[in-house]
Design a protein around this ligand. Structure first.
Ligand code: GLA
Length: 379
């Protein structure tokens, strides 16, 4: 069965069951007349006077994903290796203090209103100049000083323990962005071992929107100190070259013949030494629309992950700034350089200032959506 937790909370059916749209949810609906059960979220501390809770998603195969309503943080993705030994394949802390520490590099968080960088923390829209919080060498990074990673979201678990809906309203002017932005993110652990992340947003004024997820993967589940032995493949023939502050130059360049080429599966460590600072770039996918875009494989454990997304690009960040100095790490782990890596499905960095890049402006009456699926397995 799906429900392994000792403490169970009962949810009266009503609209929750009526809106259930996943297979686990359907099972719950079939197996009960008007009542579904779900695991009770666990207390995880307080932020801004609000309670932080940890929610657990499970599937019939024993995969576990744990999520906080703070920042939409994914604290755990627990999957088996090829011998069936389970482990957490994401970098994480042992408590909320870790996530609140200064310099926490977005472990597991949702990112918004605009993931990645906006040059000089400013952009123009409809003849107006907007000033954003400059939190990265004069540029704005990941939504500013207090982005979507640092706020408490309203969390609504769906029946059947496999899906969690998070909602947040970002106020007009927050971090300098125009418009009240209503955001909804749904995490679903599917029956076939995928974590599906669906984002939606609407606004009452035109505004840039670029939502993503900042989980650091290490498929060895703590066995390897870094991800340099992981094998990455990306269906991306191009990337966006950047300046020293990681702002795109505006060019879209072929990866062929460069260390950026992951069109054929390649160990991350193979060419990383040829890239100043390591990988922290935006790869442009070849596909249009929602499709599979790549894979990650860790041979020693047998774990692999495929990625599919609706987004035109991904920021592959190889954990370059990790230096072993973070406190409250899970099990006292030393997260040294390259201890984990992010595959942040997204639009191109600095799009609001780059007219040739795909549009990131959401207007009133429109609906922003993005879907990214990470599927886990062994071979
Ligand atoms: C992103 C950026 C990196 C770094 C990390 C957080 O992925 O691209 O440069 O800022 O977030 O440390």
């Amino acid at each position: 069965m799906f429900i392994k937790q000792i403490s169970l909370m009962t949810i009266i059916s009503g609209s929750l069951i009526a809106t259930s749209c996943n297979s686990a949810g359907k099972k719950a609906e079939e197996s009960t007349d008007s009542v579904a059960t779900t695991a009770a979220p666990q207390p995880y501390g307080h932020v801004d006077g609000q309670e932080v809770l940890q929610y657990t998603l499970t599937n019939a195969n024993g995969i576990v994903v744990k999520v906080l309503n703070y920042g939409g943080v994914i604290t755990d993705i627990i999957t088996p290796d090829r011998d069936g030994n389970k482990g957490n394949i994401v970098l994480s802390y042992d408590s909320l203090a870790g996530y609140l520490q200064k310099g926490n590099p977005y472990f597991g968080t949702l990112v918004g209103r605009y993931g990645n960088r906006i040059a000089k923390a400013t952009f123009q829209l409809d003849g107006q100049t907007y000033k954003l919080a400059a939190n990265d060498h004069g540029n704005t990074l990941h939504g500013g000083m207090k982005g979507f990673d640092k706020v408490v979201w309203k969390a609504t678990p769906q029946p059947g323990d496999s899906s969690l809906v998070l909602e947040y309203t970002s106020k007009d002017g927050e971090e300098g962005y125009p418009g009240n932005l209503q955001v909804q993110v749904t995490y679903t652990l599917t029956a076939d071992n995928a974590l599906k992340i669906e984002y939606a947003a609407t606004t009452d004024k035109a505004t840039p929107v670029n939502l993503t997820q900042h989980t650091y993967f290490n498929l060895s589940a703590g066995k390897d100190a870094n991800i340099l032995d992981h094998v990455l493949q990306l269906n991306a023939s191009n990337y966006t070259p950047v300046d020293d502050l990681l702002i795109p130059t505006g060019k879209i360049s072929p990866v062929k013949g460069t260390p950026m080429d992951f069109t054929a599966a390649k160990k991350i460590g193979q060419d990383i030494g040829k890239v100043k600072g390591g990988y922290d770039h935006n790869w442009v996918f070849d596909k249009q629309g929602f499709d599979t875009v790549g894979s990650l494989y860790h041979e020693a454990s047998g774990r692999y992950m495929t990625m599919a997304t609706s987004e035109p690009a991904v920021q592959f960040y190889s954990g370059n700034f990790l230096d072993g100095s973070l406190d409250y790490t899970r099990d006292g782990a030393k997260y040294v350089q390259h201890a984990g890596m992010c595959l942040e499905a997204q639009h191109f960095p600095d799009s609001p200032n780059q007219p040739s890049f795909p549009n990131t402006i959401l207007k009133p009456g429109e609906r922003y959506t993005q879907t990214t699926v990470y599927q886990f397995g062994v071979k």
